[in-house]
Design a protein around this ligand. Structure first.
Ligand code: SAM
Ligand code: SF4
Length: 475
């Protein structure tokens, strides 16, 4: 989500006439886009700001801006601790980046934080803004911002605000536009994608619905009396997946409490939707899941996972797990190990719990887990995850997979790196690398914990041509 915001900020500054600099020493403007969901964000920020201060002492014209959710949360503290900062803006006014820098140039430091997004404001969704993408063939598309859940460990609802869905037609239009621009793969983004559209329906029920509101919520489904009067995430997957020229659709994240069969069926029936499900478990202990307010039990989670695997052939499953949540006992942790082993993940993001000020769990200081015990649990969990990753990867040896070329391998430029439908990186030796964005068939010959090794069978589809924009000048 934050990376996507960074691309948007870069896109807005491009559109304002700035160019990407090679290094900080060449830059006129530096934007630090922060994320307080991860640990240590503030230490990292003040570390960077210390370095930038010495650059600004030498070149006072350098503008420094802080964006993102840490800026949203610590607005005043940042200006107090780092007076060298010119602009502080939050998660709801990314679209104002260029204007705020301009204002600061003439009027001095600016802090502008909006407390929430405005439903009617298309710019509330980062995808509605210009973008500078890191790769030409793949793009993120925001379908929803904010979150209406209240997981006890999580700061997202406080810093990103209430859940707001992007109008159905806008999402489909953006994907169509991206494909015309040479994009072949999109990843739909939201904190709880399964509840996509819920707020649009609430708006429909609020007043006498007008035609524009019906369009907003996906008109064709709203008028269908046989089912719930709104477009569901499954409908969005099917519609986006059918955009001509699009090769692959991914999404993140579904919430286990809301993940229903219709999404699994849409995934199975939509050729372009990849066989990869990122289903965050967080803990395998029902006691801890309840304390986290996650809304499911381990058994329910495993049932939903089993249903998804039955519906979607060759499904890769990844997850997020936190160890050391306040009050987690050895017994609770053993449940997490059991559930992780039973789920047989392809990979997992694993975290040691760290308190986010202002969240419910951060106040439970008397039940914080001893850091050494949490560290030890983390290592034991990693061993279980790495084991299942290896088993899943080894099972792919000998198969031919269709993968999208991402470019030369970072470690060894004699290899190119490609991404399979199951979201696995495969490194392939080749004297002449296929173009970035092309589809290749590769045979898996070796399996590691983080990636696969393959050999090239054939190039099955070239990278698409990018649309060339011809500037129109008034004469
Ligand atoms: N919306 C997603 C969901 O419901 O699972 C999660 C999004 S959250 C931004 C990404 C991950 O960061 C979470 O799944 C969780 O595992 C981890 N995380 C969030 N807050 C954390 C905290 N206080 N300590 C450790 N890990 C945390
Ligand atoms: Fe955070 Fe929970 Fe919302 Fe995910 S669902 S963003 S973990 S509050």
């Amino acid at each position: 989500m934050n990376e996507h915001d960074s691309e948007r900020i870069a896109g807005l500054l491009d559109a304002d006439g700035l160019e990407a600099a090679e290094s900080i020493d060449d830059a006129d403007v530096v934007v630090l886009n922060t994320c307080c969901i991860r640990e240590n964000a503030d230490n990292k920020l003040y570390g960077h700001l210390g370095h930038l201060k010495s650059v600004k002492d030498r070149r006072p014209e350098l503008q420094i801006a802080i964006a993102g959710c840490l800026a949203q949360k610590d607005r005043d503290l940042i200006r107090e601790r780092a007076p060298q900062v010119d602009v502080v803006f939050g998660t709801h006014n990314v679209h104002r980046a260029a204007e705020l820098l301009q204002e600061a140039r003439t009027g001095g430091p600016v802090v502008e934080i909006l407390e929430g997004a405005v439903a009617e404001d298309a710019e509330a969704f980062p995808s509605a803004l210009p973008v500078r993408r890191e790769v030409a063939h793949a793009a993120w598309v925001t379908i929803q911002i904010g979150c209406d859940n209240n997981c006890a460990f999580c700061i997202v609802p406080a810093v990103r605000g209430a859940e707001m869905s992007r109008p159905f037609a806008d999402v489909v239009a953006e994907v169509t536009e991206l494909v015309a621009d040479g994009v072949t793969e999109v990843t739909l983004l939201g904190q709880n994608v399964n509840s996509y559209g819920r707020d649009l329906t609430t708006r429909l029920r609020g007043d006498v619905p007008v035609a524009a509101d019906r369009d907003l919520a996906g008109g064709r489904w709203v008028d269908d009396q046989r089912r719930r009067p709104r477009a569901l995430f499954a409908d969005l997957l099917r519609e986006v997946g059918a955009v001509p020229g699009l090769r692959r659709v991914r999404y993140t994240s579904p919430h286990p409490k809301d993940f229903r069969a219709d999404v699994a069926v849409a995934m199975a029936e939509t050729e372009t939707v990849c066989e990869h499900l990122h289903l965050p478990l967080q803990s395998g202990s029902d006691r801890i899941l309840a304390a986290m307010h996650r809304g499911y039990t381990a058994e329910r989670y495993l049932e939903r996972l089993a249903e998804a695997r039955t519906t979607i052939e060759d499904l890769a499953v990844t997850t997020d797990i936190i160890v050391g949540f306040p009050g987690e006992t050895d017994d609770d942790f053993e449940r997490t190990l059991e559930v992780a082993a039973e789920a047989g993940y392809d990979s997992a993001y694993t975290f040691i719990y760290s308190p986010r000020p202002g969240t419910e769990a951060a106040a439970r200081t008397d039940s914080f887990v001893d850091p050494d015990a949490a560290g030890d649990r983390y290592e034991r969990l990693r061993a279980v995850i790495d084991r299942s990753t290896r088993i899943r990867h080894e099972a792919r040896i000998g198969r031919v997979e269709t993968a999208t070329v991402e470019g030369p391998s970072r470690r060894d430029p004699a290899l190119f790196t490609a991404r399979t439908r199951q979201n696995k990186m495969i490194h392939v030796p080749s004297p002449e690398h296929p173009k970035v964005g092309s589809l290749v068939d590769v045979r898996v010959v070796r399996a590691g914990t983080h990636s696969l090794r393959g050999e090239l069978v054939e190039v099955v589809a070239d990278a698409p041509r990018r649309r060339r924009r011809i500037p129109v000048v008034a004469v």
